[in-house]
Write a protein that binds this ligand. Structure first.
Ligand SMILES: [Zn+2]
Length: 251
């Protein structure tokens, strides 16, 4: 969010988003995430090497994992849709980042696109970290079940609100409330009714509202669950910043 980071954070706060994690995908974006988190008490950072950038090598980011307010390893994973890095290089970088998550006792944030079998294979070989999040989940009920079987959280982006995303909606019905997260993947994938616009953290409430309606539960129940789950998935997002949402929204 160049130039508009503070405005976007303030907009999110006014929409009752009480905490945000901004992710790194290579060294430069990991450093940018750390810098934003340093300036805002309700923002935390991750450090990771995205599968697109796997060719750069995990050594380009590993030294940043001990920086203040870094709460997870990732985005890490496999993307065989774009395949910007060769598949074997992606698998190696993914495996190394899983090892770092184990060594540093950090949660793992997974990006997996068109690569489910290999994603589960690498996780099985390295051992799934105790706290693992499948970010921007794009699978259906079957893939969601496999994520749940290995103890992972499933995080839904604005995709779930798209009319054609019936598979993802089936997954959002299947995943238990205590294993579900919502996210923006900003600036991409803005949820309905913002679809096509640059996404921002404030809009995550539309994704949460959509899933609440889909499941026939009050939005407050969805907000409480996803807030609790975020605290469980990312223990280093410690209180006092991550508090229960204010029941009385300000105007
Ligand atoms: Zn991703």
């Amino acid at each position: 969010m160049p130039g508009g980071t503070t405005a976007a954070i303030q907009h999110a706060r006014s929409n009752r988003v009480i905490g945000m994690i901004t992710v790194g995908c290579d060294r430069a974006t990991s450093l940018a995430a750390i810098a934003v988190a340093a300036d805002h008490a309700d923002v935390w950072a991750t450090v990771g090497l995205h599968p697109h950038d796997a060719i750069q090598g995990v050594a380009t980011i590993a030294d940043l994992l001990d920086q203040p307010r870094v709460v997870a390893v990732g985005e890490a994973g496999l993307d065989y849709f774009y395949e910007h890095s060769p598949r074997d290089v992606q698998r190696q970088a993914f495996a190394e980042q899983i090892q770092l998550a184990h060594q540093l006792d950090l949660p793992l944030i997974i990006h997996s696109r068109d690569a489910w079998e290999d994603t589960f294979d690498v996780l099985a070989a390295e051992g799934t970290p105790e706290r693992t999040v499948f970010h921007c989940f794009t699978g259906g009920a079957e893939e969601a079940s496999r994520c749940l079987e290995i103890g992972a959280f499933v995080s839904f982006s604005g995709i779930v609100t798209f009319k054609t995303a019936t598979d993802v909606q089936a997954a959002a019905l299947l995943v238990p409330l205590d294993r579900m997260l919502v996210e923006t993947d900003a600036p991409y994938l803005a949820p309905v009714p913002y679809r096509g616009k640059p996404n921002q953290p404030a809009y995550v409430t539309s994704t949460a509202q959509f899933i609440a309606d889909l499941r026939g539960i009050p939005i407050g129940m969805m907000a409480t669950a996803t807030t609790d789950n975020a605290a469980a998935a990312f223990p280093r997002t410690a209180p006092p910043a991550l508090l229960t949402p204010d029941p009385d929204p300000r105007p």
